[in-house]
Write a protein that binds this ligand. Sequence first.
Ligand SMILES: *[C@@H]1O[C@H](CO)[C@@H](O)[C@H](O)[C@H]1NC(C)=O
Ligand SMILES: *[C@@H]1O[C@H](CO)[C@@H](O)[C@H](O)[C@H]1NC(C)=O
Ligand SMILES: *[C@@H]1O[C@H](CO)[C@@H](O)[C@H](O)[C@H]1NC(C)=O
Ligand SMILES: *[C@@H]1O[C@H](CO)[C@@H](O)[C@H](O)[C@H]1NC(C)=O
Length: 544
Amino acid sequence: MTAPHLLELKMRGLILTFLILGTLHKSFTVINGEEEFKGDYKKLSGIIIPGFASTQLRAWSILDCPYSPLDFNPLDLVWLDTTKLLSAVNCWLKCIMLEPYNQTDHPECKSRPDSGLSAITELDPGYITEFRGGRKGDVFIGHRWDVVRELQQQAGEVVESREKWRRIRRNGDNGPLSSVWKEWVKWCIEFGIEANAIIAVPYDWRLSPSKLEERDLYFHKLKLTFETAYKLRGGPSLVFAHSLGNLVFRYFLEWLKLEVAPKEYMNWLDKHIHAYFAVGSPFLGATETIKAALSGFTFGVPISEGTARLMFNSFGSSTWMLPFSKYCKTEDKYWKHFSDKGKEAHHAYHCEEEEFKRNYSGWPTNLINIEIPSFHSSDAYPSVLDVMENTSMECSLPTQLSFNAREVADGTFFKAIEDYDPDSKRLLHQLQKSYHGDPVLNPLTPWDRPPLKNVFCIYGVDSKTEVGYYFAPSGKPYPDNWIVTDVIYEIEGSLYSRSGNLVEGNPGATSGDETVAYHSLSWCKNWLGPTVNITRTPQQPIPL
Ligand SMILES: *[C@@H]1O[C@H](CO)[C@@H](O)[C@H](O)[C@H]1NC(C)=O
Ligand SMILES: *[C@@H]1O[C@H](CO)[C@@H](O)[C@H](O)[C@H]1NC(C)=O
Ligand SMILES: *[C@@H]1O[C@H](CO)[C@@H](O)[C@H](O)[C@H]1NC(C)=O
Ligand SMILES: *[C@@H]1O[C@H](CO)[C@@H](O)[C@H](O)[C@H]1NC(C)=O
């Protein structure tokens, strides 16, 4: 087994996408020299597992939208047709939201994931640019014109005018992430992998892992995809996963343990998977998940934060990327499966001593600081203002509670705000049923190195990334009842508040990729064996 290759990228512009692929190119050559795959590259297949919100969903219903000229008909795009969304948001919500407890479709409209390469929105030119709005790129890219200009100058390229750059962004061609994927596909083809050997395995990213299997037989189909690729070409596959796609792939590897005979497991992996490329994986979860669950996160889609919150919290996948502690585990489901099948599962976390010796569960800071009223009121969600205005209640000023990653993942946080938030019961239900209680794997536990021949870990560093939040009641009704009053960012080895003040804590060596904290992205460093090969882009200082 070769050591995993690790690639930390200082990703600030379009040009870097090419550096990444150039580096992969080299690393791959190295593997070819030392690994047993000496065969014909024509025999390889490339399997792409996209990230959260990166598969197109299409309507499988006929839905009349009153007061709107646009209705939903079978095969109409639901995720993401912004025209329909803007013209009939309530109608659109019927098609995209799920019943929060049992993950069933709305009685009037249901949506299903599209299939094939074209279903992956990340490959759709411009989709991400449009979709991510003002954000500086998902994994790889800065949208800022001055940054792009600098890189273009460095590369000796023609420098675009600011106007042209704006126009490119507006028209949505050249979506940065889509070009990374396209480059990867191109790279595969240059290697001699047949164009039609690149296979996408899109999925319904709204579902929890067990529902993916139960409703769509997703993991079953994924296994067949590998087996079919092998039959067709006579060689193994290269897996390329992005963001949530990595957690999906992890679940698949655990699911497979229960699916094939124990003796066959390693043989199956060796035969079908030559290399795994983990791109921008939230190995220990993503802090932004908390913001999405409490105050809404629009992903640049033209909806209000409240609507985004309603939508997100209806998905079983909403707690899949919750941040958790690397020191806490639950019992191994695999061994449990064989030892006491019938027993009612007990899903408590067992934490190492380290969890209690260290602050913040090993993260840079507490993930949540939240003001909640210090009394139980008949007024369901009193705002800070209501409480403050009541002069006779000096001793009932709101209290601020703080929660670390363990307390977020084990449900302590959602229990603490249960009386003040209508969504927390549902989130707690999903968390317990679909994650802690999952029969295959509790995904909210640290991932050991998967037993694959070659693992490449690729992520961006050195961008300003959110690592903690301050919330307070907003005084508005649900779903807008929480407001973010401050944010803690990590920037190149320090922590800052939104106002720019230095914050104490436990910052990492560098910062994350803008979406996921460095602490989580870099977890795969623990997989490094003695024959480590860390590759960095040329301008990158050693972040160890
Ligand atoms: C690491 O990778 C570099 C470049 O890809 C290569 O030159 C070097 O030999 C590799 N080292 C090991 C130990 O694999
Ligand atoms: C799911 O929940 C909804 C709302 O509570 C209910 O109407 C529906 O029958 C449930 N479906 C299943 C399959 O349990
Ligand atoms: C944890 O926090 C406390 C109080 O802020 C501090 O005194 C202590 O040194 C911290 N411990 C570690 C291991 O950082
Ligand atoms: C203000 O205080 C009174 C008496 O203590 C109490 O009955 C009332 O509910 C309080 N109002 C609010 C908005 O908390």
